[in-house]
Design a binder for this molecule. Structure first.
Ligand code: M6R
Length: 624
């Protein structure tokens, strides 16, 4: 949470910092601020709310300095007021920070005893005063950093400047991401590459506990022990163009429309042209180890966890491996009993979600192998996992996850099919058929997106509906959860997802004329080959969901069905029917997600919410 940007070079930092903050605004947008060193004085500007407010404040200000830092905040310690906004100052020190200093109160008490007074409720200001104390004892910014880091507990990253060292910008990463950008006679610090990618594609991903001392023309790295480290400079793959909206009104809409390409990119390189079956190269290399896996734990948060729930169906049905799915925030605290012969799969778009990272570390501490499905290369999750499968969705900027989700499902499908074949559960013939189905998926996703006009019309009639209920059975139950999450996070309408058969055990009490009920009832294409897996080859639950639909209809609920084009049953029973192209049991969750994303987007857009940056949320949650 929170976005950090830093600049040390020859240009006016104001524009660079504001632009960087706008690109990082998805990480938090409760308040924002910048600080620029002007001669031997640091000018600080802060504003409550969005970057726009800060920009307005700065309209008439010109700067001569070339060193600055900036911050966009997602409040943890202290209300989202201007007082608590970063940067924070103490003496010559100015600092911005992301994450949490868990033991800040202890330090604050000690500082208060030496008559230090505080002007905010933040842990960040305490850190600034710790620096001030060290500088007073004659240490440099770098040496103060070395002295202070062992005193701090928690996961954090920060950028700091000192009025007495005008050519130096120091950044630290310890459990929260910080990236150094290297340009021509200029250096940058940022929480995420997208803040600086249009300025340089040469970056250093700081590793756990590393300190970067950035001068305008070079960067030095140090360990917490003060040892000089060799910098591993990477050249990035993502282009600045991929970060822009490309004419769409919102990033979310652009990302919804990018899904067929994102899925195709995820599949690319994972199909063996000779055998015509899925062969993820990284999995192929360790197939002997994977043969003996007895159990899988999937751990993730939010939308990524919903992908994991679908993954459970895939892994149990195709590979016959018993699979549990946990919330990242719960996993380590329930003291999981993990078998050395098991595998933990972590799923995360950003690779920086604190709870998911903690689950990875818990698994590793119990000696369990870890595999991550991740979208961001060089993220903490990717770096720390034993094996990484990248989703290749490209940058996802909208806070509401869309293409990351469908590519995670694609990767889980491929993993399960390949494991099924490796373990002898599915035949080569079935694996080929499942691979062919998958190869058609990008095209089917594109066709589903053609329904956007119709869905937008439905959204118009539903925009004022106070309560939405999503239901599905089997592997579409997680999609009901995801549909409800998508709608509530961007439109602020109340929405719940349920397994349709569970309705009668309580939630049906909520259904009345005011409720809109989204029913997931696509037909499954029967496989041509004999994949002798119960419930896989036909539509055994189709009639059951029809009777669940009747139950809500009888209570006055307005039914919107996501089904299959050509279906003769559900259109008659529904107020609105969205007919998707026909696909298999396993790919229906991916295809059914598309209209739910589009519906959520248009309802939110009609309600006038900030679709890309919904209230109270942040794109990557790097705090507990
Ligand atoms: O970066 P991650 O995939 O680890 O993020 C996990 C969740 O925070 C994320 O999916 C969140 O639920 C999204 N806002 C949902 O749209």
């Amino acid at each position: 949470m929170c976005g950090i940007i830093g600049y040390n070079g020859y240009q006016d930092p104001k524009g660079i910092l504001l632009d960087g903050l706008k690109r990082l605004e998805y990480r938090g947008y409760d308040s924002a601020g910048i600080a620029i060193l002007e001669g031997d004085k640091t000018e600080v500007f802060r504003a409550e709310g969005r970057i726009q407010q800060l920009e307005t404040k700065l309209t008439r200000h010109q700067f001569k300095g070339h060193l600055g830092i900036g911050h966009t905040r997602w409040a943890t310690h202290g209300a989202p007021t201007e007082n608590n906004a970063h940067p924070h100052q103490a003496g010559p020190i100015t600092l911005v920070h992301n994450g949490i200093i868990e033991n800040y109160l202890g330090h604050k008490l000690i500082l208060e005893k030496s008559h230090v007074s505080f002007s905010s409720d933040t842990d960040t200001e305490v850190l600034a005063h710790l620096f001030d104390r060290e500088l007073k004892s004659g240490l440099s910014l770098k040496d103060s950093t070395l002295k202070i880091l062992p005193l701090l507990k928690g996961s954090y990253a920060f950028a700091v400047i000192n009025e007495n060292e005008p050519g130096t910008l120091v950044g630290v990463s310890n459990g929260a991401p910080l990236i150094v950008g290297i340009g021509e006679n200029e250096t940058f610090l940022a929480s995420d590459v997208q803040a600086i990618l249009h300025r340089t594609n040469r970056v250093i991903y700081l590793e756990e506990g590393q300190i970067a001392v950035c001068k305008s023309n070079h960067v030095e790295l140090f360990s917490q022990e003060g040892e000089s480290l060799k910098a591993n400079i990477k050249t990035l793959h993502w282009t600045a163009d991929q970060m822009e909206k490309a004419g769409y009104r919102h990033y979310m809409l652009k990302e919804i429309h990018e899904q067929s390409q994102a899925i195709a990119n995820t599949i690319s390189g994972c199909i063996d042209p000779n055998s015509g079956t899925i062969q993820i190269p990284q999995i192929e290399k360790i197939k002997d180890t994977l043969k003996s896996i007895s159990r899988i734990s999937i751990v993730a948060c939010g939308t990524a966890r919903h992908a994991g729930l679908v993954g459970k169906y895939y892994l149990e049905r195709f590979a016959k491996i018993s699979t549990d799915v946990d919330f990242g925030s719960e996993f380590r605290y329930r003291q999981p009993v993990l078998d050395k012969n098991s595998l933990t799969i972590l799923i995360s778009q950003s690779g920086e979600t604190a709870d998911t990272l903690a689950a990875l570390r818990e698994s590793k501490s119990q000696g369990v192998s870890t595999l991550s499905i991740c979208n961001v290369r060089e993220s903490s999750l990717a770096r720390e996992s034993d094996l990484v499968l990248y989703t290749n969705a490209g940058p996802e900027i909208g806070v509401a996850s869309t293409k990351a989700f469908t590519t995670q499902l694609t990767m889980l499908y491929m993993l399960a099919v390949q494991l099924g074949e490796i373990r002898g559960i599915i035949s080569n013939e079935s694996a080929k058929e499942l691979t062919t189905d998958l190869m058609h998926l990008p095209h089917l996703v594109d066709n589903s997106l053609r329904l956007e006009g119709k869905i937008e019309e439905i959204a118009q009639t539903l925009q004022d509906t106070p309560f939405f209920f999503y239901m599905g059975r089997d592997n579409l139950y997680p999609i009901a959860l995801e549909g409800a999450l998508k709608l509530k996070e961007i439109s602020y309408a109340h929405a719940e997802g349920y397994p349709a058969g569970e309705l009668k055990h309580g939630p049906i009490a909520l259904i009345d004329r005011q409720a809109a009920v989204i029913v997931l009832a696509p037909l499954n294409n029967s496989p041509k080959s004999k994949i002798s897996l119960k419930g896989f080859e036909d539509n055994i639950l189709f009639e059951k969901i029809l009777s669940n639909l009747q139950q809500v209809k009888a209570r006055g609920g307005q039914v919107i069905t996501i089904g299959t084009e050509g279906d003769g049953l559900f259109p008659k029973e529904s107020k609105y029917f969205i007919g998707l192209p026909k696909t298999s049991w396993a790919l229906n969750p991916i295809l059914s997600t598309i209209p739910l994303q589009v519906l959520a987007y248009h309802i939110a857009s009609l309600r006038g919410t900030d679709v890309d940056k919904p209230r109270n949320l942040a794109k990557s949650v790097t705090v507990e």
